[in-house]
Design a protein around this ligand. Structure first.
Ligand code: NAD
Length: 459
């Protein structure tokens, strides 16, 4: 488990061990041993599967592509987590992301464990046929460990509905006669996917922000005013005020979060900047997000990169460097691209007072501590970007029943689930000086520890 996730899990266990009200049945030496067992279980994956996928490329060359499926913990249900296609994928990264899935599902009471997959490729360098072969081979190599009641992958960076449809079809070929709709989530609607799944993560990311800074704050502003809590002070300083927003990443998560922010009538936001792998676009008056979405849809997901293109399509924005999005003088920054974007070496340049993690682990441990110290509100990945896995759970349920919900029903269920989690966390967050990430981890670790204890896994 990478350092930040592992360190916060250990801190959470330490705090819980010192709390006599938590698992009071465990006393003295038994308590110590049980918490050591918990630390060992949560800091290591149950199983690491690695393969080299043999692919015959279009030109005739045969290559061997490294691929992973890492199953972290299944105490709460079948392993669940995305498959990432990216050239920087490696075992440590996938292991850390799998652990994060275990914690995320525990936090939101989704009855799944944590897993993650990865293939070390830049998908843009392969033809559609080659990608199809890679997806088929992935399922063939890992077929023994995947399945609706064992381990259910979903899309992640570099994969989407197309890849999930291909993978589910291969799972069906390998397992004739077995139920297959629940083997992969994030599928297209025609292949048994759920309405709203594609937008779920981005919508959930925006919902956590809106709920905390608007609905919850409105309801609790009386009890919070005058509070010494640094995060409550930051939140209250924005109460009722329009906020400027920047979004890093304009893919599945970032583009949907940007559109939600643009459309939100409860908060009068101005989305002043969006960015992707090439550029940052900035307009102090606010960007035309629907027009940028239409451009990206027609241009392989990329934003316009030159003033000439912007002029051609009638969009007003300044073209800045890719990293500039992080350092703008905005109120809110959504991070929806990659890991490790805010680090010890650049944290001092970040001006946003509210940061929402759409991506997994976009802030390193040192930067996280520095931001918390200054009262910056960070809505962490484990809380903010769970919309995808929550709607994946609804997709899995729908696949079992072959009964499908409407889009409206899906969003209602999604927001209700996220709101329930937040209502369990926010009073403690605004009540004591522990950052939100730590609060979320304590909740998740409590849930996992109780289940592991009840299932006799601690001795
Ligand atoms: P995506 O591939 O659809 O989009 C990624 C975006 O990031 C693109 O706009 C890309 O141009 C941009 N980008 C790539 N490299 C960049 C760089 N160096 N600097 C700035 N921008 C860069 O991916 P996604 O599905 O939107 O996922 C984004 C993040 O959210 C990932 O960390 C992923 O693990 C996490 N996440 C995704 C989901 C989901 O349901 N898709 C769920 C939970 C978490």
């Amino acid at each position: 488990m990478a350092s930040q996730t592992g360190a916060i899990v250990q801190q959470s266990l330490h705090a819980l061990m010192g709390d006599p009200a938590f698992l009071p049945q465990l006393r003295g030496e038994l308590r110590e041993q049980s918490f050591q067992s918990l630390a060992a279980i949560l800091s290591t994956p149950n199983k690491v599967h690695k393969a080299f996928l043999r692919i015959a490329l279009g030109g005739g060359n045969v290559v061997r592509i490294p691929a992973f499926r890492i199953q972290h913990n299944d105490a709460l249900g079948p392993y669940k987590g995305g498959i990432r296609f990216h050239e920087t994928v490696n075992e440590d990264e996938v292991t850390n992301l799998a652990a994060l899935m275990t914690l995320k599902n525990a936090l939101h009471e989704v009855p799944f464990g944590g897993g993650k997959g990865g293939v070390v490729i830049n998908p843009r360098s392969y033809s559609e046929k080659e990608l199809y072969l890679i997806c088929k081979k992935y399922v063939q190599y890992f077929s023994d460990v995947l399945g609706p009641d064992k381990d259910i992958p979903a899309p992640d960076m570099g994969t989407g509905e197309r890849e999930m449809d291909w993978m589910m079809a291969e799972y069906k070929n390998i397992n004739p006669g077995s139920p297959y709709l629940g083997s992969f989530t994030g599928k297209s609607i025609v292949s048994g996917g759920s309405l709203g799944r594609r937008e779920a993560t981005g919508k959930g990311v925006y919902f956590t922000f809106r709920y905390m800074l608007h609905d919850f704050l409105k309801e609790h502003s009386g009890s919070l005013s005058g509070s010494d809590n640094p995060f409550a002070k930051t939140a209250l300083s924005y109460a009722g005020k329009p906020m400027s927003v920047a979004v890093q990443g304009f893919g599945n998560v970032g583009s949907v979060a940007a559109l939600e922010a643009y459309k939100c009538s409860a908060l009068r936001n101005r989305v002043v900047a969006v960015s992707d792998r090439n550029v940052t676009l900035y307009n102090e008056e606010g960007l035309d997000i629907p027009a940028l979405l239409a451009f990206a849809a027609a241009n392989k997901g990329d934003l316009p990169t030159s003033p000439e293109t912007l002029e051609e399509i009638g969009l007003k924005a300044r073209v800045l460097g890719r990293e500039d999005v992080l350092y703008l003088g905005v109120d809110v920054l959504f991070l929806a691209a990659l890991e490790d974007q805010i680090r010890a070496d650049n944290v001092a340049e970040v001006k946003a007072r509210i940061i929402v993690e759409g991506a997994n682990a976009p802030i390193t441990g040192e930067a996280d501590a520095a931001l918390a110290e200054s009262g910056t509100i960070i809505i962490p990945d484990i809380l903010a970007n769970a919309g995808g896995v929550i709607v994946s759970y609804f997709e899995w349920l729908q696949g079992r029943e072959t009964q499908f919900y409407t889009e409206e029903e899906i969003y209602k269920l999604l927001f209700a689930k996220m709101q329930k989690t937040m209502n369990g966390i926010l009073p403690a967050y605004f009540g004591d000086p522990l950052p939100l990430r730590q609060n979320c981890y304590v909740h998740a670790v409590m849930k996992l520890s109780s289940v592991l204890y009840r299932q006799g896994k601690l001795y």
